[in-house]
Design a protein around this ligand. Sequence first.
Ligand code: C5P
Length: 223
Amino acid sequence: MNHVRIAIDGPAGAGKSTVARTVAKRLGILYVDTGAMYRGVAWLAQTYGVSPSDEAGLVAMLREHPLTCGRSEHDTVDILADGRVITQELRSPAVSGMVSELSAHPAVRDILTALQRDFSRHESVVMDGRDIGTVVMPDADVKIFLTADLDERARRRLSEMEGQGFCVDYQELRATMAERDARDASRPVAPLRQAPDAIVVDSTGKSVEDVADEILSIARQVL
Ligand code: C5P
């Protein structure tokens, strides 16, 4: 296959990671979860006691403890901090609660955007996040904006978190997701936004396989 880049953006819990992973697997190409990278910065900040509001402190922390990315055997990207894989730690409520604030800093975004572009430069990828079609890969071959009803997004995230052993309240989770989306959409730099040339896919009431099929059929029309 030629060099193919598929960008999937959208709000929290729209099913981006599961769908993007499935699409990448079906095409036999790499899946890059950029949210995990921002979560990795949040995990480091929590570990080293750096405030999510302290842009210079976060940059200094990343210089001393750089986040690195390793390719897992399943053609996905593992996030490593201080030399160990931290994928499991990234979904905690504490990380989710601070990630949006630190993601708004341009200096933090510059570091992660460069890492993300390195992946897409040389190989075919499905990459998901908030600014992939607008900033990271504005020349992507396929751009999808994946949405779903907030209640369904919150229900999906609740079952995901319960499956990982976290105890969370539905109403509280729903409110924090809405708050995170509002924060992501209103920041001045690289906000959560549909690229003008993105195709909207609504995953409400649909299975992962159905949404992946929909995206693959959109992709086949342009690839
Ligand atoms: O996708 P996920 O929910 O794991 O993303 C966590 C957070 O990381 C988002 O709420 C957003 O603040 C930030 N993020 C971002 N840009 C991306 C991906 C994620 O700002 N490309």
